[in-house]
Design a binder for this molecule. Sequence first.
Ligand SMILES: [Zn+2]
Length: 83
Amino acid sequence: MGRRRRQKVRRRPQKRIPDVYPCPDCGNTAIKIELYRDSGTATVKCGSCGLEMTVDEINPLTEPVDIYGSFIDRFYEGRKAEA
Ligand SMILES: [Zn+2]
């Protein structure tokens, strides 16, 4: 009996949280956040417009999204200061 064995291809949807965020300056989702837990800093960099910032308020529980939050805050604070 030639029963064809159907191979079950189980596609595991890889749910990776994207590590790029929208840039407040150029509007592209090109912000990359790198955490350097050893040195207690993180860098935020836009791959599109080149906007860059170092955030040094990180602790072992800090997640990239927290960094992004601080970055956004600072970005707009900086804007206000400039205006
Ligand atoms: Zn940008």
